[in-house]
Design a protein around this ligand. Sequence first.
Ligand code: SF4
Ligand code: SF4
Length: 144
Amino acid sequence: MESLNLKLLEVCSKCGACYHICPSCLNLDEGYDPRAVIKDILAGQYEKWLSHKSIWQCLECHHCLEICFQHYGFENAMAAMRTLASKKGLATTQVKRGWDMFIKTSKLGEPAAPARKKLGLPEAAKSGAEDFKKILKIYQERKV
Ligand code: SF4
Ligand code: SF4
């Protein structure tokens, strides 16, 4: 898998610089640290992280990418782990629920109109769900 580049991961396991600027590492579970996770991956003990909720809590803020002298970023390794977890059916319940909803409705959720009003936000833009369904239908028809 491209994102789990072993040469880059070897360096990560001794670096850990992005730990100190990663909001997920600093505010979530104790032990969620690039060095620890990546050491496990390199030792072939990655399975325990596949069912760990931390890998789903990356904010995709790209701070790790910006700081990384390898231009790698912990987020790439975690994206690869999430892909692997999904393929093995180990995604969290919330992720599975979101995915099922997206497949059924082409949406990830409905905007909370009262909350937007309370915060003084404008009305949410129209969803592109209907257009997406049409595109999906054309794609599926062409695939057959
Ligand atoms: S992703 Fe970059 S900054 Fe983070 S541990 Fe690896 S080498 Fe260090
Ligand atoms: S992109 Fe994800 S892994 Fe990288 S610093 Fe942000 S939260 Fe952490």
